[in-house]
Design a protein around this ligand. Sequence first.
Ligand code: NAP
Length: 314
Amino acid sequence: MEAKAEKLVIIGSGPAGLTAAIYGCRADLDPLVFMGTKYGGQLMLTSEVENFPGFPDPVLGPDLISRMKSQAERLGARLVQEDVVKVNFKTYPLEVYTGSGVTRALSVIIATGANPRRLNLPSEMKLMGKGVSNCAVCDAFFFRGKKVAVVGGGDTALEEATFLTKFATSVQVIHRRDELRANAALKKEALSNPKVSFVWDSAVTEVLGDGKVSGVKVRNLKTGKEGDIQLDGVFVAIGYDPNTEIFRGQVELDQKGYVALHNGTESSVPGVFVAGDVHDFRYRQAITAAADGCKALLDAEKFVKQKLEAPLAN
Ligand code: NAP
């Protein structure tokens, strides 16, 4: 006999997934959360978080996740540290596969997040959180009166560069071409800001520093010339990759690979809802992901209620 379908399966365990789990318990949906083997998402790589309401003192990213996890567990969420390897949303109940087998579900919330692209330098990873950051909104505050660089030439890079000028004394944008990809308004704003300067046609080949960032090594891609720039911080803003590989062909994705939203938090598949950075390339904050988790849950709750009240009609 087939196992009874779960009312709600949540895939992902960043602020979006864990908030959905917290609200899911309170809505009596008995959520089963596949957290992933590397749970917690981007906050696990963040040092101090100073902008999450309710924490007058800074909280470390991993501690914030740990608190959300404890809260979800206390309320009764079942948190499983397994990766989802496959889904089948072409059948109903929906099917979610992990290494231990298949779980059938009346509703699923996709909250698998996105990963900031890396320069793929060992020194970048070594100094992550020690002067290397992927989020100016989160970390700019720590660079008051300091010199920083932003790597990239897209909307995010220029938005971050302009934001950083509120704190840093100088912001150098290091871009691999001599033309910016960013939209006209962001370009104009950054180009006219006296604190922002540009290092064109250049790639960062190493982040310098022992324990904390002291600069970067850059190579001019046209001339091949190498040189060091002294800095206190480096913001890598070269785009994001949404974690949607397992959903390809199962739910509609947009051109950039993010899950497309239809009505509220609905995906293209009835019963499959979406929360956090896996659809949101614009705001990308822990608090907006958490809010999204709440919204997705409220939509899932309505959907499941209808299914349970009218099982014969389906
Ligand atoms: P993006 O548009 O993909 O731009 C990435 C930038 O990083 C590009 O300039 C790219 O250079 C550079 N880059 C990529 N890989 C690199 C590497 N390995 N080394 C060095 N440089 C590299 O990413 P994004 O700026 O994060 O924006 C993502 C999406 O979000 C876009 O659609 C954007 O419009 C949207 N967004 C909108 C807003 C807003 O509306 N306010 C704000 C942020 C983001 P090339 O130019 O040479 O390819």
